[in-house]
Design a protein around this ligand. Structure first.
Ligand code: CTP
Length: 417
């Protein structure tokens, strides 16, 4: 394809503050005799007409020094990673990454790469897919010029996800998940030879740390409709590499759609997706998966609680349960675990009971306090808790609705002792 200049498209599609920032950054780089490029997702999405303002800037030369110089003039907060030659600038609601252009070599499959400074061409050559391996120059004399050494634009037109070289997936098997993610998000196809190599390298996923795989799964679960990515992963045998008992079928698609109807903020929505993905595992399978992915404690608790509640759905499926019985069965788990079960339970009655608990029963409390009970003559210690429990149950089952009614119950109780 002929070389093109995208300065007009940049101006049309990106917010004006981002454009001003990129121009200023280009001028700052020029002054320092460095060359500066915007790369990766922003370029891909610009050409696709999709909004993306997560700027990744690649500097031929020292990215940290350039970032510092720009931070000072913008009053932006700079975070620096000297080891990786990268810096991040944050101001208002914007975030920009500065990366020193580098060449990478992989000592062994799955290992983190060995890195040395390089030119933009080296930096693009180390990337995952042709559509992600394009750059736009920001220095004033070349502002807007596209660098596309691997035919990324052509693949965007053909809607193809294509790796740059044969060893791409064995170098970094997380790209298997990435390929699936982009293919399904953009409604593209993984190019046939790329697909062949992807399948061949599924075994290499074992060489990748659980932390990195967890990160990929988290990214999948942040997609707009993650059931698509998971179904594709299922079809290719990639999901089975995560855990052989995981399934991405119609049930999963339906429950994920139900999750979206709840309009939950992140990370609650992703957690709920994960809970439903794991819903049909047994306890031992869940343990294996959690150990492999080294899930953080809070997430692990949600998943364990989800299965604990699921264990009770048989009892909860009985119609006409007294509210106090529902309360006893469901007290007390992580809030997300209730929602997962209200969506995932195969009995409607069980789901209704869970929602009743979540929305109403768990908030029911006796009007009398422990102190009130002492004043009425209940002996201090475990007895107080017992009587409070009794009062709560009476309230739950509609046997009492006033403070005086509760006092009456307490008096009777003391008499009966
Ligand atoms: N990249 C790569 N191999 C990886 C991870 C990232 O080559 N395993 C490169 C790609 O060129 C990608 C860039 O690093 O474009 C930035 O990565 P990331 O932020 O994960 O992706 P984006 O392209 O920004 O895409 P999005 O955030 O929209 O998923």
């Amino acid at each position: 394809m002929a070389n093109i200049n995208l300065s007009k498209l940049l101006g049309e599609q990106l917010p004006v503050d981002i454009i001003n920032f990129m121009k200023k950054a280009g001028e700052a780089a020029e002054k320092r005799q460095q060359r500066l490029y915007v790369v990766g997702g922003v370029v891909r999405d610009l050409l696709l007409g999709r909004c993306n303002t997560d700027l990744d800037l690649v500097v031929e030369g020292d990215a940290i020094k350039l970032a510092h110089a720009i931070a000072a003039s913008k009053k932006a907060k700079a975070t620096v990673h000297t080891r990786f030659g990268t810096a991040n600038l944050k101001w208002a609601n914007r975030s920009v990454d500065f990366i020193t252009a580098r060449a990478e070599t992989y000592a062994r499959p799955g290992a983190l790469p060995t890195v040395r400074p390089g030119a933009i061409s080296d930096d693009l050559a180390r990337r995952d897919f042709t559509v992600n391996a394009m750059a736009i120059e920001l220095n004033p004399r070349h502002y807007g010029e596209v660098i596309d050494p691997f035919g990324g634009r052509q693949d965007l037109d053909k809607k193809l996800i294509r790796i740059l070289h044969k060893k791409s997936f064995s170098d970094d098997a997380t790209r298997i998940w990435r390929a699936i993610r982009y293919e399904q998000r953009l409604d593209f196809k993984i190019e046939p030879e790329t697909l062949r190599l992807l399948k061949w390298n599924i075994k290499m996923l074992k060489a990748v740390s659980g932390d990195r795989i967890r990160h990929e799964l988290e990214l999948v679960l942040k997609e707009e409709t993650p059931e698509k990515q998971l179904a594709r992963a299922g079809g290719l045998g990639v999901l089975a590499a995560l855990h052989p008992a995981l399934k991405a079928d119609d049930w999963l698609a339906e429950t994920f759609a139900a999750v979206r109807e709840k309009n939950l903020p992140e990370p609650a929505q992703s957690r709920l997706y994960l809970a439903l993905l794991c819903y049909r595992l047994n306890e031992a399978e869940l343990e294996q998966l959690m150990k492999y992915l080294r899930l953080p404690k809070t997430t692990a608790q949600v998943l364990q609680d989800t299965l604990a509640i699921k264990d009770k759905t048989k009892e909860l499926a009985a119609p006409g349960l007294a509210p106090s019985v529902v309360y006893r069965l469901l007290h007390v788990y992580n809030a997300a675990a209730y929602i997962a079960n209200s969506i995932g339970a195969d009995s409607e009655t069980a789901a209704e009971h869970i929602e009743l608990y979540l929305n109403v029963l768990r908030h029911v409390k006796p009007a009398l306090s422990g102190k009130d009970l002492e004043k009425l003559g209940v002996t201090r210690g475990p007895r107080i808790k017992e009587v409070l429990q009794k009062l709560r149950e009476a309230r739950l089952d509609g046997k009492v609705a006033s403070k005086e009614g509760e006092r009456e119950i307490v008096r009777k109780h003391i008499k009966s002792l």
